[in-house]
Design a protein around this ligand. Structure first.
Ligand code: ATP
Ligand code: MG
Length: 428
């Protein structure tokens, strides 16, 4: 036997037993977006490396050390997308979608970051991403947050907390940056190595430090919310008023800075206490400068992305992972004649009962082993076709989930009888 080939570290298979939860999440998100008037956009997974350098920022963790970048056979540097926003903005500009228009769009799919794999942090992971391009807010900011809250409600998830902050404009942030640098310079002895390095390049990132030794110093740092320009402050209170009116609870967290350079004004993050240290399930923010930065005509924009692996894990932990059954009806086929007609009987049931899952026993087996498979499928009913029954034109209808006796039904009446019994019951 040959040696087996392993998957690449940090890249996961979603196995059949787990796909129901993924499908449920994706269906709920898709339906919710449609209900708010957002349309799907589908984009390449591979983009020019330049796109991410110019949008995410050269000094960020993603661009410095996490991108899957390689030269294609033509010698062009290309990168597997680490996030979706840059591609969406690129597509909107190059297809003229922002010319005298605004766009509300969503997309989903795999993202790639060369991070240290651990629970909740992978090298290929999946995001559901939503963006509103051309809207200055704060109304659309509130709408986007409300949309995420609706998705949690529809999935039945609890315990999610919303952190909210405003980063102001790049200009007002510059003023705050100087105040922050002055503060940290006054305590240079307390800074750890990482923070000392960031002091010159990206001092706001120090606020994001997870080092406990830095906690007290960070707690005493000046707050960005105290240094917002008047327009950003008005924008922020406009957003808060709308969330208050919608009954959405949040915590203003002046330490929330987010890891990408392109954010301005609103930033937010949904966190949970249930997932350990990888606690952010959905994050986003406003990026009013990005469209112009990528060569488009200036247009305000905002969006968020949720991490599907983390949300699916939360669904599993909270018992909301969806229906794991495979079939509603399982056809047990006894003998050659039944095997010969079984596929046809199943086809007619599917014709008559769209959406009802009909599994036919394939590959033969004893009556007992077929009934065992029927049980494992989760089906409510086994339809039993045997030699003797077939000759009389009837089938056995055996309830599998309740203590009721087996009934005899004419094969011609099976669909009607199953419709009566199956349709109407909650299939999750
Ligand atoms: P984190 O702080 O956990 O690194 P992030 O700020 O890098 O997250 P974003 O780039 O905003 O996250 O991506 C949005 C969401 O995608 C996150 O809230 C998280 O749920 C998910 N996510 C990000 N990176 C990963 C990863 N490597 N593996 C799994 N999910 C991820
Ligand atoms: Mg990250």
């Amino acid at each position: 036997m040959s040696e087996t080939i392993q998957a690449i570290r940090g890249m996961n298979d979603v196995l059949p037993a787990d796909s129901a939860a993924w499908q449920l999440l994706e269906r709920v998100a898709r339906e919710t977006f449609a209900e708010y008037g957002y349309r799907e956009i589908r984009l390449p997974i591979l983009e020019r490396t330049e796109l991410f350098k110019r949008s995410i920022g050269e000094m960020t963790d993603i661009v410095e050390k996490e991108m899957y970048t390689f030269d294609d056979r033509g010698g062009e540097s290309v990168t597997l997308r680490p996030e979706a926003t840059a591609g969406i903005v690129r597509a909107a500009i190059s297809n003229g979608l922002l010319h005298k228009q605004r766009q509300k769009v969503w997309c989903s799919g795999p993202m790639f970051r060369y991070e240290r794999p651990q629970k909740g942090r992978y090298r290929q992971f999946h995001q559901i991403d939503v963006e509103a391009l051309g809207f200055p807010g704060p109304d659309v900011d509130a709408e986007l947050v409300m949309m995420s809250a609706r998705i949690w409600r529809r999935l039945g998830l609890t315990g999610l907390r919303l952190n909210l902050n405003s980063l102001g404009t790049p200009e007002s942030r510059q003023g705050y940056r100087e105040i922050l640098v002055a503060y940290f310079r006054g305590h240079e002895a307390t800074l750890d190595d990482d923070s000392r390095r960031r002091l010159g390049g990206n001092p706001l990132r120090i606020l994001d430090s997870k080092n406990p030794a830095m906690r007290e110093l960070i707690a005493g740092a000046p707050l960005i919310t105290d240094h917002l320009d008047p327009d950003s402050a008005a924008h922020f209170s406009g957003l808060r008023a709308r969330l208050d009116a919608a009954g959405i609870e949040y915590v203003v967290n002046p330490r929330l800075v987010r890891g990408l350079d392109y954010y301005s004004r609103t930033v937010f993050e949904w966190v949970t206490a249930d997932l350990g240290s990888q606690d952010a399930v959905c994050s986003g923010g406003r990026y009013d400068g990005l469209v112009a930065q990528l060569g488009g005509e200036a247009a305000p924009a905002i969006g968020w992305a949720l991490g599907e692996e983390r949300v699916v894990e939360l669904m599993r932990l909270q018992g909301r992972a969806g229906d794991e059954t495979v079939a509603d009806v399982y056809l047990v086929l006894g003998g050659a004649a039944a095997e010969a007609t079984g596929l046809q009987v199943a086809e007619r049931l599917r014709d008559a009962l769209p959406g009802v899952r009909v599994e036919t026993n394939c590959g033969g087996g004893s009556f007992k082993s077929q009934l065992k498979r029927a049980d494992r499928s989760g089906a409510h009913y086994a339809v039993i076709l045997g030699e003797e029954e077939l000759q009389r034109g009837v089938a056995g209808l055996k309830p599998l989930l309740e203590e009721a006796g087996q009934a005899e039904v004419a094969v011609a009446e099976l669909a009607t009888e199953l419709a009566r019994r199956v349709v109407g019951r909650d299939r999750g």
